[in-house]
Design a protein around this ligand. Structure first.
Ligand code: ZN
Ligand code: ZN
Ligand code: FE
Length: 755
């Protein structure tokens, strides 16, 4: 009888390999191959040693990459042969905490196995609102520090019952080391409370009472994975109006949560891609086209043909929706410009005039996390807000960095990015940093990430805008800490770099950075830039003609001021005073004269090449003279209007000395009557400009980045044109194309900056 020789191999596996069922997976593979040894989590990933026959070890290594658990992502596996030890079994060892560079996984929506158990009256977790397993449930939002073990999460408060403990310790159970494991006996408990802290109902009864409240048109706050939602009946116009009024949110669209994709199809037209995105395990809010139907309250998304829809992402919302005959408005519970609320004390302190009841529980939300928002543009997926389900998002760097880089992003839709070793990590969406509270939340998130990764930066990257809180903070920090290298990156270049980072581009590219306003190198506000950009430098090759923001910040909320300024660039004052358009009529003659004087002197009227603002101006020219209810409203309404037109033409424009001049376009628009024609022709024009300018730089890859590319019609038209020409182009799909991606671009610059 021949005895096969025995070998032993040590493996180190890096990537998203903790809290995703990786060790039991390794365990099962080892048993299958009759291998002995061990597996454990450490601070940088998973370590294993396997011992057995050569062919079995080889099969083990092949299966490891082939059948890795659904939530895992292997970035690298290194193997090394060591001396056999003649053990008799394979075991899973407890975690060893070393330097923390393992990745934090995002929260994951309830999986099919758990859903089935939750619906099974015979299962001990029947209708248990916090059911989870190794393939689903909270991660980032309950985590205090790495490694991802129960003791390091807010589940540490809950002592496991005997049954849960048994599942937790059984390597073949699907809840083996599911850190948030629990049941009705031992896990978090559901309760409905009022603003004085009284418990109105518990467990199943709490869901039933919530249903009653929603049925009579009340708003209820509901705790979720990363924060509270404000919820009301989405078919009840009175209820929705009241919620809007109380929350002081006049027109910004509200997201609606449905119990099933079939229900969504009753109110929305879905493409296959949209349907798949809604059903994906990340469960983002997806912006889709409304159907003509009176089912939903009219004030959910006024003036636009779009609606944000999503499906429940955790068991509690599924259980509640099953008991309701209507979909619910689910908007994050916070005051505008303030961070998302994490506990009911704060909720009632700040929002008691909006909501009187909260469906909540006793598991602490350690890290807040908003809902993610995405939409489909032709073949592309656009990420508008990257949070629950997607973030923290880690990228594997091809070339490891010796630096520790912290990039702070901009001001709106803020996020931060860390880069160290072979990793680059983009935080969840933090929000607009317009208030003290929101900046404190930003700093708190920074501390969280520093703790996670045992990280102290030696490079800090920020925007160039002197008034951004992030820039001020970075400059002050660098002053106090002489060893810190401070890098400031121009805003729109950072947009281009964000796209390069996501697509791993390190060659020269032609970048169209079309955006709201950002601080330009020359002190003006940029936002309609064409850059020749590489990861280490850029050149501004052309840009849109500057328009004037009459009254500065005020003009951003009031498009008619931008519209008027466009007229000032094209016509004499007398001619404008004679005009009889909705725009001209919205001002008194005296106002027009005063603004003209302001324009002529340049007093408190900054110049900007922003296309976001050009959208505003054209919107006003087409007859919309009201104040905007939220940022980006003009673009969304114009996109909606454009659906009523079939125009293929675009307006005239000229390019001279690198300036894209829109004055001919303004004159042509004044000849038009129909707002939908204007909207579509304007979008056609922007797309045509991109294609025309690209033709002057053949051979270079094209990048589309910046907030303007949240416009799906623009992206779809432009990418169709490029596809036809077989032109290589890139749009961010997995990271935000808006300012949510700025920190990623900043970090990418620091990685390539030799300074
Ligand atoms: Zn599950
Ligand atoms: Zn239990
Ligand atoms: Fe921007």
């Amino acid at each position: 009888m021949s005895v096969e020789p025995i070998f032993r191999v040590k493996l180190e596996i890096k990537g998203v390999v903790q809290g995703v069922g990786f060790r039991p997976f390794v365990y099962k593979l080892a048993l299958k191959g009759e291998l002995v040894g061990y597996v454990l989590n450490n601070g940088s990933g998973v370590v294993a040693e396997v011992e057995g026959e050569r062919k079995n070890i080889e099969a083990f290594l092949a299966d490891l990459e082939l059948f890795a658990p659904p939530l895992s992502r292997i970035d690298s596996v290194t193997t090394r042969e060591i001396d056999p030890r003649s053990e008799v079994a394979f075991e899973i060892k407890t975690s060893k905490a070393t330097s923390a560079s393992a990745m934090v996984s995002p929260d994951v929506s309830v999986c099919d196995d758990c859903r089935e158990e939750m619906r099974d009256p015979k299962n001990r977790r029947h209708e248990y609102p916090f059911i989870n397993c190794v393939n689903c449930g909270p991660r980032y939002t309950i985590l205090k520090r790495l490694p991802y073990d129960r003791a390091n999460t807010s589940m540490s408060e809950f002592e496991m019952c005997v049954d849960c403990q048994e599942e937790y310790e059984d390597p073949v159970d699907r809840r083996y080391h599911a850190q948030p494991i629990g049941c009705r006996k031992c896990g978090p408990k559901l309760k409905l409370v009022n603003s004085s802290g009284e418990v109105l109902a518990e467990e199943r009864l709490a869901i039933a009472k919530t249903r009653d409240s929603l049925e009579c048109g009340k708003s209820v706050a509901i705790k979720g994975l990363g924060g509270f939602h404000l919820v009301c009946d989405a078919t009840n116009e009175e209820a929705v109006k009241k919620l809007r009024l109380n929350k002081n949110r006049p027109t910004k669209p509200l997201a609606v949560m449905f119990k099933s994709i079939q229900e969504i199809k009753k109110v929305a037209l879905l493409s296959q891609k949209e349907e798949a995105l809604i059903l994906s395990k990340e469960r983002p809010i997806v912006i889709v086209s409304k159907k003509d139907s009176n089912y939903l309250a009219a004030s959910i998304a006024p003036n636009i043909d779009k609606i944000g829809v999503f499906l429940p992402y955790e068991p509690l919302r599924e259980l509640l929706l099953e008991k309701l005959d209507f979909p619910i408005v689910a908007t994050s519970a916070n005051l505008s410009d303030e961070p998302i609320i994490r506990d009911e004390k704060e909720l009632f302190e700040k929002l008691s005039f909006v909501v009187g009841e909260a469906l909540t529980h006793d598991r602490e939300i350690v890290n807040a996390c908003d809902d993610s928002v995405a939409r489909i543009a032709g073949e592309e997926t656009l990420t508008l807000r990257m949070a629950r389900g997607y973030a923290p998002k880690s990228f594997h760097l091809k070339n490891a960095t010796g630096k520790k880089i912290l990039a702070l992003g901009g001001r709106q839709k803020s996020s931060m990015t860390l880069a160290f070793g072979e990793s680059m990590i983009l935080s969840p969406h933090i929000g607009d940093l317009n208030s003290i509270d929101s900046f404190e939340y930003f700093l708190r998130t920074m501390e969280t990430f520093k703790t996670f990764y045992d990280f102290e930066p030696d490079v800090i990257v920020c925007d160039k805008h002197p008034n951004y809180e992030t820039t001020k903070w970075a400059r002050a920090y660098a002053k106090e800490n002489q060893k810190i290298e401070l890098i400031e990156v121009q805003h729109h270049y950072a947009h281009a770099l964000a796209c390069m980072a996501e697509c791993s581009l390190d060659e020269k590219a032609l970048a169209f950075c079309f955006d709201g306003t950002g601080y330009g190198e020359d002190g003006t506000l940029w936002g309609g830039e064409v850059l020749l950009a590489s990861p280490s430098e850029y050149e501004r090759v052309c840009h849109f003609k500057e328009l004037t923001l009459l009254g500065g910040e005020k003009a951003i909320k009031e498009p008619r001021r931008v519209g008027l300024a466009l007229l000032f660039e094209c016509f004499e004052l007398d001619k404008i005073l004679e005009m009889d358009s909705a725009l001209a009529r919205s001002f008194s003659k005296q106002e027009i004269k005063t603004f003209y004087a302001m324009f002529a002197r340049g007093a408190s009227s900054p110049k900007s090449s922003s296309i976001g603002r050009l959208f505003d101006g054209v919107f006003a020219l087409s007859g919309y003279v009201e104040k905007l209810g939220y940022e980006g409203e003009s673009g969304l309404i114009m996109e909606s209007l454009s659906k009523f037109s079939n125009a293929l033409e675009s307006y005239s424009y000229t390019i001279q000395n690198g300036v894209i001049d829109w004055r001919d376009m303004v004159c042509e628009i004044l000849e038009e009557e129909d707002a939908s024609e204007i909207s579509l022709k304007f979008i056609n024009t922007i797309s045509k400009i991109i294609v025309d300018v690209s033709a002057k730089y053949p051979g270079l890859p094209v990048i589309l980045s910046g907030g303007v590319f949240q416009n799906a019609t623009l992206v779809a038209k432009t990418s169709q044109a490029f596809a036809k020409e077989k032109r290589r182009y890139y749009v961010q799909e997995k990271t935000p194309v808006n300012d949510g991606g700025i920190s990623l671009g900043q970090a990418y610059f620091a990685l390539h900056n030799k300074g």
